[in-house]
Design a protein around this ligand. Structure first.
Ligand code: IDP
Ligand code: MG
Length: 164
């Protein structure tokens, strides 16, 4: 809606563990509650090619193949949101990568608690419910990867925008 340096657009993906645990509504509510504006939303399955493109930066790591498998183990929910400092606000709400160490009050800290050590004994990757872009560059690339321009809603303003 706004066009200035503090207004950001970012990409969020609810992983199959979030969808299968029926946490979609509870998680989206946190982003709405924080003042972010939802501009695109879709539930879909993920092809191998999309999973590879999305996690290109992790190719070659020990958890890469298990990560792709986890991402493709059921439908995901993808979202575009925008707001003041949206990229860092979303990362703050998501919490640390390892749920065992994610602060209470964050999505990962409230809804999952698995640690790296246990994940190695089980899936080989840490199921942590959600992905969110971590920089302006990754947000732009991930929004373009997952959504066509016509899939992003026309700008609209929240009624409480004045205070956000
Ligand atoms: P992020 O999701 O917090 O941005 P990234 O470092 O981008 O974390 O890693 C992508 C995903 O790969 C994580 O969300 C997690 O599911 C998995 N992952 C990352 N590092 C490890 C690890 O050391 N062991 C197991 N899984 C990992
Ligand atoms: Mg990441």
């Amino acid at each position: 809606m706004e066009n200035n340096t503090t207004w950001e657009k970012t990409f969020i993906l609810l992983k199959p563990d979030a969808v299968q645990r029926a946490l979609i509504g509870a998680i989206i509510a946190r982003f709405e509650r924080a003042g972010l504006t939802l501009t695109a939303l879709r539930l879909q399955n993920v092809s191998r090619a999309m999973a590879e493109k999305h996690y290109e930066a992790h190719r070659g790591k020990s958890f890469y193949e298990p990560l792709l498998k986890l991402l493709r183990s059921g439908p995901v929910v993808i979202m575009a949101v925008e707001g003041a400092h949206a990229i860092s606000v979303v990362r703050k709400l998501v919490g640390a990568t390892e749920p065992l160490n994610a602060a209470p009050g964050t999505i990962r800290g409230d809804f999952c608690h698995i640690g790296y050590e246990r994940s190695r004994e089980r899936l080989g990757v840490i199921p942590n419910l959600i992905h969110a872009s971590d920089s302006p560059e990754s947000a732009a690339a991930e929004l373009a990867l997952w959504f066509g321009k016509e899939e992003i809603a026309a700008p609209y303003q929240r009624v409480d925008a004045e205070f956000m």
